[in-house]
Design a protein around this ligand. Structure first.
Ligand code: NAD
Length: 267
C-alpha cells in the first residue's frame, strides 16, 4: 500500500490530550482531516471549546467528542479512555500531549509547580496508557504517541520540573514499547524543539526575568539560539509526523524518541 493510501484514518479512533490549544489541537485536527473520530481534551472557555469541536466535526465529517478530564486526576483520565472506547468502538490511537511549563531557578522552584508538572507532563501519560493498553492488546493494534520535547534528551537551566518530566516520558515510552511490542502496538515520543504556541509565548516573560534580559533577546538569543535552523517548528509539521506514526509503514518504529527540532539536539 502506498504511503498516500495509508494516511487515511477512516474508521479509526483517537484521543489527543491537551488538544484545546497548540500542538494538540493541530494533531487532533490532522487526525480528523484524515477521517478519524477524535476525543479532544484540555482546558479553556467552554463556549470556545464547543465551537471548535462542532467546527472540526462539521469540516471533516467525523465524530469529535470533548472530554474535560483533568490530567492531574487518574480517575478522570481512566474515564476519558473508557468513554472514548465506548463511543468510538475501541481506541486505536492515544496521543499524550497535555503539558505545562514553569521556569525558575531550582532553589526557588515552587513545590506545587514541581508536583503539577510531574502530574500533567509525566504521570498523566502513565495513567492513560495503563487504561488504554488492555483494549489495544485485545484488538491487536495500537499507536501511542507521547509529545515529549528536546528536553527529553537535553537540559536547559531553570526548567528542573519540565526537563525531569520529559526525560521520564522518554523512559515510559521505551518501557511500554518493549512490553507491548508483540501486540501490534507501537509507542513513540515526538521530541519537538521550540514550536510557536501559547506555551512558548507564556514562558518568555519569566525567562527574561530569570536571565535579566529583554523578551526579544529571549526569542533570538535563548530560544532560537539552540535551534540551528533559526526558525520555530510549526504545529502542522508535528501533526504530520504524528500521522505518519499511525500508518502501517511505521509499525517497526517503536520505543523511539524522534527529534523534530531544527537540529537543536544534533548541535
Ligand atoms: P499549549 O499550552 O498550547 O497547550 C497545552 C494543552 O494542555 C492545552 O490544551 C491545555 O488546556 C492542556 N492542559 C494543561 N493542563 C491540563 C490538565 N491539567 N488537564 C488537561 N489538559 C491540560 O502548549 P503546547 O506548546 O501546544 O504544548 C503541547 C505539548 O507539547 C506539551 O506536552 C509540551 O510540553 C510539548 N512541547 C511544546 C513545545 C513548544 O515549543 N511549544 C516544545 C516541545 C514540547
Amino acid at each position: 500500500m502506498s504511503l498516500a493510501d495509508q494516511l487515511s484514518l477512516n474508521g479509526k479512533s483517537a484521543i489527543v490530550t491537551g488538544s484545546t490549544s497548540g500542538i494538540g489541537h493541530a494533531i487532533a485536527d490532522c487526525f480528523a482531516a484524515a477521517g478519524a473520530n477524535v476525543t479532544i481534551n484540555g482546558f479553556g472557555d467552554a463556549g470556545e471549546i464547543e465551537t471548535t469541536r462542532a467546527a472540526m466535526a462539521d469540516k471533516h465529517g467525523v465524530d469529535i467528542r470533548y472530554s474535560p478530564a483533568d490530567m492531574t486526576k487518574p480517575d478522570e483520565i481512566a474515564a476519558m479512555v473508557a468513554d472514548a472506547e465506548a463511543a468510538h468502538d475501541g481506541l486505536d490511537i492515544l496521543v499524550n500531549n497535555a503539558g505545562i511549563q514553569f521556569v525558575s531557578p531550582v532553589e526557588a522552584f515552587p513545590i506545587e509547580k514541581w508536583n503539577a508538572i510531574l502530574a500533567i507532563d509525566l504521570s498523566a501519560a502513565f495513567h492513560s496508557i495503563r487504561a488504554a493498553v488492555p483494549g489495544m492488546k485485545k484488538r491487536g493494534f495500537g499507536r501511542i504517541i507521547n509529545t515529549a520535547s528536546a528536553h527529553a534528551l537535553v537540559a536547559s537551566p531553570f526548567k528542573a520540573g519540565y526537563v525531569s518530566a520529559k526525560h521520564g516520558v522518554g523512559g515510559l515510552t521505551k518501557t511500554v514499547a518493549v512490553e507491548v511490542a508483540e501486540h501490534g502496538i507501537t509507542v513513540n515520543a515526538i521530541c519537538p524543539g521550540y514550536v510557536w504556541t501559547p506555551l512558548v509565548e507564556k514562558q518568555i516573560p519569566d525567562t527574561a526575568k530569570a536571565r535579566g534580559i529583554t523578551e526579544e533577546q529571549v526569542k533570538r538569543d535563548v530560544l532560537l539560539a539552540a535551534q540551528p535552523t533559526k526558525e520555530f517548528v510549526t504545529v502542522d509539521e508535528i501533526a504530520d509526523l504524528a500521522l505518519f506514526l499511525t500508518t502501517p509503514s511505521a509499525r517497526s518504529i517503536t520505543g523511539t524518541l524522534i527529534s523534530i527540532d531544527g537540529g537543536w539536539t544534533a548541535a
